[in-house]
Design a protein around this ligand. Structure first.
Ligand SMILES: [Zn+2]
Ligand SMILES: [Zn+2]
Length: 243
């Protein structure tokens, strides 16, 4: 049993590493095409971002691999495959619940890690990216990676979710993690500056966190930042899409 769990964890680490490589590599390539040379001077930093991210992939794979094994072999978790097991309206609702709970966990742990006592030990690695690049998506110290790695594996025991919606949650997590760090805004100005945009976090919002540190702590939504008075608006240094 030990080896089955260990192999599941290692396989999951490999999947997370490949996912990182493919998604960050893709957006780094898009960035190079849009703004040639933008990452040119950041090569040593990018190498460090890759190194930390691959260690993070290893950390992320462990809880995910254990839970995946338990789901397959022991019927753990509340992940369901039969689409009719819950009403159809529950599919989008469960998506929002997962994103909101993940965002809540991220906001408060992230904010705690900006306390000087924790910052140096846990979070300085992530902020060593100045400015961050698409490769910084998982550039965390292992202790910080662990706080991120346990969220979804814990939530699947608490909140029922269809396997496809879980895939969507992971896809959104990956997409936003990469694009929020890549140094330019991919969403149209019309959306970013709309009323809806005022509640969503994209690159323009997270870039400001990397510029000013003690603000804009959220992950997907600006709800907690706005409620707690830590929302300092959008960075004005990013290139934006027109339209
Ligand atoms: Zn960041
Ligand atoms: Zn931070």
């Amino acid at each position: 049993m030990f080896w089955a769990v260990a192999i599941s964890a290692l396989a999951m680490s490999a999947i997370v590493a490949l996912r990182y490589w493919a998604s960050s590599g893709f957006f780094a390539w898009v960035t190079e095409r849009r703004m040639p040379g933008r990452y040119g001077a950041l090569k040593p930093q990018i190498r460090r971002e890759m190194g930390w991210s691959l260690v993070s992939a290893l950390v992320y794979g462990v809880p995910a691999g254990i839970v995946a094994w338990g789901w397959e072999e022991r019927g753990w978790t509340r992940i369901y495959e039969d689409i009719g097991a819950y009403p159809l309206w529950y599919l989008p609702v469960s998506l929002v619940i997962y994103l909101f709970l993940h965002d809540t966990w991220f906001y408060w742990t992230h904010r705690a890690m900006h306390d000087p006592r924790l910052f140096r030990r846990m979070h300085a690695v992530h902020h060593a990216s100045r400015p961050p690049t698409a490769w910084a998506a998982m550039s965390f110290h292992p202790s910080e990676a662990l706080t991120g790695a346990i969220v979804i594996p814990v939530l699947v025991f608490l909140v029922p979710i269809h396997i496809a919606v879980l895939g969507l949650v992971l896809a959104i997590m990956t997409l936003m993690g990469v694009t929020n760090h890549m140094g330019w805004e991919m969403f149209p100005r019309r959306l970013v500056h709309s009323r809806l945009g005022g509640w969503l976090i994209t690159a323009s919002h997270h870039q400001r966190h990397h510029e000013h540190y003690l603000c804009n702590y959220g992950l997907y939504f600006r709800f907690w930042d706005r409620l707690c008075g830590t929302d300092k608006g959008l960075s004005d240094k990013l290139t934006e899409q027109t339209g």
